[in-house]
Write a protein that binds this ligand. Structure first.
Ligand code: ADP
Length: 151
């Protein structure tokens, strides 16, 4: 018997969760894709955040639902606006890595008031997007914790 309280045990378990265990597949578009095509992609792939890559396939930006809505209001021709005009761009992107603790990634989502983080690997000239970590992934972790699947 360790003498640990229930909440101490829960915290201990939570602190073993890694980003890699909960991340989803990233949905990526290139930076010269139109706002129109990005909206189609968001619906087809059923995600709330798209990641944008440059010509070397490195992370260049992020597109949220509201970024696309904002660009759509009062704009006639969404097929002629490339997403790099409206995206949130590097170096202002909050990222995480596969071996980060899930709880640290959750803290970033709260601090920055965003819905998703790209999971990245470093490359020679930038960062490659290897995953997507969202509030939904966090909810799944919470449910698992409650069901004691990590005992
Ligand atoms: P929404 O805008 O649909 O409410 P978010 O809250 O995720 O979705 O996004 C808010 C703003 O923050 C958007 O302008 C978006 O481009 C930006 N954003 C989203 N994710 C990130 C991120 N990981 N790093 C930096 N900025 C981000």
């Amino acid at each position: 018997f360790t003498g640990k309280t229930g909440s101490e045990l829960l915290t201990e378990k939570l602190k073993k969760f890694k980003v890699s265990e909960y991340q989803s597949v990233p949905i990526v578009v290139e930076e010269d894709v139109s706002v129109y095509d990005a909206i189609c992609m968001m619906f087809l792939e059923d995600v709330g955040t798209l990641f944008v890559t440059d010509e070397s396939s490195n992370l260049a930006g992020v597109l949220s639902r509201k970024d696309l809505l904002r660009a759509s209001i009062g704009n006639q021709d969404l097929t002629s606006i490339p997403v790099h005009i409206i995206m949130t761009r590097m170096p202002n992107i909050t990222i995480c890595r596969q071996d980060d603790l899930l709880i640290d990634a959750a803290q970033k989502l709260i601090e920055k008031q965003i819905d998703a983080l790209p999971v990245v690997h470093d490359t020679d000239d930038g960062m490659e997007v290897v995953g997507r970590l969202t509030k939904t992934n966090m909810t799944k972790a919470l449910v698992e914790l409650a069901r004691d699947q990590h005992l």
